[in-house]
Design a protein around this ligand. Structure first.
Ligand SMILES: Nc1ncnc2c1ncn2[C@@H]1O[C@H](COP(=O)(O)OP(=O)(O)OP(=O)(O)O)[C@@H](O)[C@H]1O
Ligand SMILES: [Mg+2]
Length: 414
């Protein structure tokens, strides 16, 4: 069998357990996404930072509270969404020590600017919060691509996808469905850049409908318009999830070296419809169901049907158990497996891997898995950014990565 991660044709959908083959993407020379320069202004504990980088993976080493995760968060703003911490935009600006978030005396405006190498050539992205820019009461993030203002963040997704693994995600399989959907939606956006826009439009209409219901609104035209938006964007986003999960399932079933093989599937009502009917019929069905459920949803104070209720089901194939039933380390290994399989898939199909932001990644992995992870990120051609407090854990990467030392808002080459 010739390995073509991302191509389902070579994969048996119900392949049984067996030794995990190691496949390498040969396209790493063609697929490229690398930050060559990063400039931060008033971003959390960085007043001013300019960092020049090569194409290789980057390792950020430093003590607790020096600014490692902040730097990954800055990079996460190069992709659509609310960034790695889902922070309020006006909490991100630099504050002086002791000042509480929202106290208003610090700098609310902040900027992240990057020059990137992409398959389309060199690209500059600037994003941040300019003082005085807001939409209603909410601050609005400004995005510039090659110096031109973009109408929305979604435009970033055409150029950059970012996927992160943070210590908070160690509980991904145990916690509620919201986190899993968010994680999944980042994976989906990397393959389908318009997905972030569909999710935003769907969630906006969902919130508006819930508010009108809570206020006792009765205008049928208003409901029909909102439910139409929900049906169109909801089915589009569910279809993009289905496509991604289908392809990712095929890739993750292969396993990567010592990382476990995993199976992924969508679980949800709208997801089931899409398995059995064309998308346009699923839209009609969602529209009709929402209309029929108005009084029930008003009473329950929740929206009972729609892709905001779907879940990502993950199975650890080597243990033949749901991922949630593995040990902490085994769950982390499944998560890394999925992220690496996804990065391969995106590199193959879009010609540009996602930026992999791996916060404290070495912590739960044993030596064999750490080495395999490092080998894989080097082979991927992805510019992964990894952090840790202990430089020794990254020793196998010496000579193959840029190892940088972070010390309270500044960065030095080791
Ligand atoms: N808006 C802000 N302005 C100034 N400093 C901030 C702001 N937000 C967070 N910080 C501070 O930035 C520092 C670095 O935080 P960060 O989370 O990046 O640390 P870290 O290097 O990842 O540490 P750890 O190893 O503990 O995870 C912390 O002291 C934090 O309190
Ligand atoms: Mg940290």
């Amino acid at each position: 069998m010739t390995a073509q991660p991302g191509s389902t044709r070579d994969l048996s959908p119900d392949a049984g357990p067996g030794p995990a083959p190691v496949h390498r993407i040969e396209s790493s020379a063609r697929s490229l996404l690398a930050v060559r320069q990063l400039r931060l202004t008033d971003f959390r504990n960085y007043r001013q930072l300019r960092l020049d980088c090569g194409l290789e993976p980057v390792v950020l080493v430093g003590g607790n509270g020096t600014g490692k995760t902040n730097l990954l968060e800055a990079l996460s703003f190069l992709a659509p969404g609310r960034g790695l911490r889902r922070a309020r935009l006006d909490d991100v600006g630099h504050r002086t020590r002791g000042e509480a978030p929202g106290a208003g005396t610090g700098s609310t405006s902040w900027a992240v600017a990057a020059t990137l190498d992409t398959p389309d050539g060199r690209l500059t992205i600037g994003t941040g919060l300019e003082s005085g820019r807001s939409e209603g009461n909410l601050p609005r993030r400004v995005v510039r691509i090659d110096g031109k203002a973009a109408s929305s963040q979604t435009a970033l997704g055409l150029h950059v996808a970012a996927v992160w693994l943070t210590p908070q995600l160690d509980r991904l399989f145990l916690d509620g469905t919201t986190e899993r959907r968010r994680f999944l939606d980042r994976l989906v956006t990397a393959l389908h850049p318009q997905h972030a826009g569909d999710v935003a439009a769907y969630e906006h209409a969902l919130r508006q409908r819930a508010r009108v219901l809570a206020e006792g609104g009765r205008d049928p035209h208003w409901f029909t318009a909102l439910e139409d938006t929900m049906a169109r964007h909801g089915v589009a986003l569910a279809a993009a999830r289905a496509d991604t999960v289908h392809r990712l399932d095929a890739a993750a079933r292969l396993g990567i070296g010592p990382f476990p093989r995993a199976a992924l599937a969508m679980a949800g009502e709208v997801d089931d419809w899409l398995d059995t009917m064309p998308a346009l019929d699923a839209e009609d069905r969602l529209r009709a169901t929402l209309a029929a459920n108005r009084s029930r949803d008003a009473e329950a104070g929740t929206t009972s049907c729609g892709p905001h209720r779907s879940d990502l089901a993950v199975r650890h194939l080597d243990l033949d158990l749901p991922a949630a039933e593995g040990s902490t380390g085994q769950q982390k290994a499944v998560l890394v497996s999925i992220a690496l399989a996804h990065a391969r898939l995106v590199a193959m199909s879009r010609g540009r891997p996602p930026l992999l932001l791996l916060d404290e990644i070495a912590a739960h992995l044993d030596a064999e898995r750490r080495t395999a992870l490092f080998d894989e990120v080097v082979a991927l051609g992805a510019q992964s950014w990894m952090t840790g407090t202990d430089a020794e854990l990254f020793a196998p990467l010496r000579g193959r990565a840029q190892i940088l030392c972070v010390a309270d808002g500044s960065i030095a080459t080791v």
